[in-house]
Design a protein around this ligand. Structure first.
Ligand SMILES: [Zn+2]
Length: 184
């Protein structure tokens, strides 16, 4: 298990400045295609990792962002659920490459949104206990760790992106999709 390593990770390790990128919206084709596996030590992947974190940081309420959401069809995403009230276990900010679910259990239904689907939210059933494996950008270390609650949900949402799925593909039906409220 590499829980402490992931928790200690931060984008300063990448050694490059992140750029803020435009977020692609559905139904852009790149969102529905499975991303390519990457070499996590490649300079362009290190830059992409920094860009994803930078773009997440400037987007209010954003707790995760996948590469295909900025138009790059590869299996990389960032997550940071630290500020979310439904978070229990948390690992701060991290980026995973080529991530996959190792183990999952205890399904729970909850409301989800997505920067690529800005007008809707939906009720999605996800495992609330999760073990994932992936690689850190830069060093390429393989990490495997367990999490729960909201961080588990965010990870499944992002891994879905890397596989070409949106939360809209996971809702039980049209009755489980809601118009996102607008706040003035
Ligand atoms: Zn999303």
């Amino acid at each position: 298990m590499s829980s402490e390593r992931v928790a200690a990770w931060s984008e300063t390790e990448l050694g490059v400045d992140g750029r803020i990128l435009d977020v692609v919206r559905a139904p852009a084709g790149v969102l529905s295609a499975r991303g390519d596996d990457v070499d996590p030590t490649a300079p362009e992947i290190v830059q992409l990792a920094a860009d994803l974190v930078a773009t997440m940081r400037v987007s209010p309420g954003c707790v995760g962002l996948a590469a295909n959401q900025v138009g790059v069809g590869v299996r990389v995403f960032c997550v940071d659920v630290t500020e979310h009230p439904k978070t229990r276990t948390r690992h701060g900010t991290f980026v995973l490459c080529n991530a996959e679910v190792v183990e999952s259990s205890r399904n729970e239904k909850a409301r989800e949104g997505c920067m690529s689907v800005p007008d809707f939210t939906g009720d999605v059933k996800r495992a609330s206990r999760l073990t994932v494996r992936g690689q850190l950008p830069g060093t390429g270390e393989t990490v495997e760790f367990a999490t729960d609650a909201f961080e588990a949900r965010a990870l499944q949402h992002e891994i879905d992106h890397t596989d070409g799925f949106l939360f809209l593909d996971r809702v039980a039906g049209a009755h489980a999709i809601y118009a996102r409220q607008t706040y003035l």
